[in-house]
Design a protein around this ligand. Structure first.
Ligand code: GLN
Length: 488
């Protein structure tokens, strides 16, 4: 049942054809059978899941269920979960049991979801391959020698392997869209500010945004609708009421996308993409034309500056955010040390991994007195130019389409010694975060080695329902999103 659509699972629960306890048991059994091969979970909460499932069954029996009541899900281990280990993929937090729930977690608890566990991730969400986790890499269920993408690789792999129908993630520079693409599932990062960052461990606060993974756009829409909404505890939370992001996921005639203008940024289609990715992306765009959409060339002339701008701004914010991990109140503390300063140094030296240290060093450097104007201020100016490019493009189109990742999933270890190569895998996703726009990735076929390819759709601010409705029409006409890896 876990591999059915959320709609079908919810109907079966409502009609009492399956119970929430049975669903949770099925999800846990699939995790127990497959997790050793893909390492998608840092924590599996058997007891907590069954307790939540019993409560969901009581609610369903009383006729008080909603669209997510009794649905098993995984939370990326960046979200604080009361009473459950919350590691953020780091040794620094490998002993941290959160005393409170993130806003997203409390909303989804209130909706009656059943959390089966915490998904593996790159340490502090820094990475594009999930190889930076203190708990070992997650592996791609389509080929366990390949990365699942990062940083929300555990969430994406768990959904791809049909261990859970949905999962949460966060996207600072691509960490929902890129693993969704490499694992052959759907994932959406909403407009910055839609989803509260309260209790979501901070990496780069002006870019971090929570979002949803599922097998289809419609499933993502249902999950995102329950995650989003104003939260006064996050000062950047948008003052917008709840919204039904699935409202455009309807079935309409033969040319359902007639009138939709899809912008194709010429910079995205210049060199950079591998041939197999290009073929799948172009075939998906042709499918969109068949559905009635028209395409228009647009330009994002400053998009090429997104990676350098991001890799100044994100480390700068990270260096500040991560200063709270000092070994004093919580997290890792060195067993032996001299004075207080030595305790800070040893605890941080032991608790953080190599990539996190690299970013703290870069961030501290670009914020330092002598270099602030040359790097940090310059990067902020580029950020504005990039956002302006999108604004100009959206005068000519309703959504923008392009690749998510320049290649299909790469090998574990292939890029881990070369940070610049690793950073370049974010080339098509990062500009969106700098501008704060919503974007999704949906399955669009297969490339080399029979590995999945994703198509990216970028919307204007608050355009989530339109994006999800557009992808939904594609998914009504195709079945890439129904393909699942063998053996799970
Ligand atoms: N790969 C990017 C980074 O390493 C993005 C990560 C993310 O979105 N959390 O920062």
């Amino acid at each position: 049942m876990i591999d059915s659509s959320l709609k079908d699972i919810a109907a079966a629960l409502r009609d009492r054809k399956v119970s929430a306890v049975e669903l949770a048991t099925e999800s846990l059994a699939r995790i127990d059978a497959g997790n050793a091969r893909i390492n998608a979970f840092v924590t599996v909460d058997h007891d907590g899941a069954l307790t939540a499932a019993r409560a969901a069954d009581a609610r369903l029996a009383a006729g008080n269920g909603g669209p997510l009541t009794g649905i098993p899900l995984a939370h990326k281990d960046v979200f604080c979960t009361e009473g459950v280990l919350t590691t953020c993929g780091s040794k620094m937090l490998s002993n941290f049991v959160s005393p409170y729930d993130a806003h997203v977690v409390s909303l989804l608890k209130a909706a009656g979801t059943v959390m089966v566990g915490k998904a593996n991730m790159d340490e502090f969400a820094m990475g594009s391959s999930n190889e930076n986790s203190h708990f070992g890499p997650t592996r791609n269920p389509w080929n366990t020698d390949k990365v699942p993408g990062g940083s929300s690789g555990g969430s994406a792999a768990a959904v791809a392997a049909r261990m859970v129908p949905i999962a949460t993630g966060t996207d600072t520079g691509g960490s929902i869209r890129q693993p969704a693409a490499l694992c052959g599932i759907t994932g959406i990062k909403p407009t910055y500010g839609r989803v509260s960052r309260y209790g979501m461990i901070a990496y780069a606060s002006s870019l971090d945004q929570g979002g949803a993974f599922g097998c289809s756009a419609e499933d993502c829409a249902v999950l995102l609708s329950a995650m989003a909404g104003h939260d006064p505890r996050d000062s950047t939370s948008l003052e917008q009421g709840p919204e039904d992001f699935a409202r455009e996921c309807t079935q309409v005639g033969a040319q359902p996308l007639a009138g939709l203008r899809i912008g194709l940024p010429k910079e995205f289609f210049a060199e950079g993409m591998s041939d197999d990715v290009r073929a799948a992306v172009e075939a998906a765009i042709a499918e969109y034309r068949k559905l009635g959409a028209t395409t228009v060339e647009v330009s994002l002339p400053n998009a090429r500056l997104a990676i350098p701008a991001y890799y100044v701004i994100a480390p700068a914010e990270a260096s500040s955010n991560l200063s709270r991990f000092d070994g004093v109140r919580y997290g890792h503390r060195a067993a032996e040390y001299g004075d207080l300063n030595d305790m800070y140094c040893k605890s941080r030296a032991q608790g953080f991994g190599g990539e996190v240290k690299r970013r703290i060093l870069v961030g501290t450097y670009v914020l330092s007195h002598g270099y602030y104007d040359a790097y940090y201020i310059k990067a902020q100016k580029l950020r504005r130019l990039i956002a302006n490019d999108f604004a100009t493009a959206f005068e000519q189109c309703d959504v923008i389409a392009g690749p998510v990742s320049p290649t299909v999933a790469f090998g574990i270890g292939e890029k881990s010694d070369d940070p610049v190569q690793m950073y370049l895998s974010d080339i098509y996703t990062i500009a969106v975060n700098l501008a704060g726009l919503p974007a999704l990735s949906h399955p669009a076929g297969f490339g080399a080695g029979n590995l999945p390819v994703g198509l990216q759709l970028i919307g204007n601010y608050f355009g989530e329902a339109r994006l999800l409705g557009t992808a939904h029409q594609f998914q009504l006409a195709t079945d890439w999103h129904r393909q699942a890896p063998a053996g799970f």
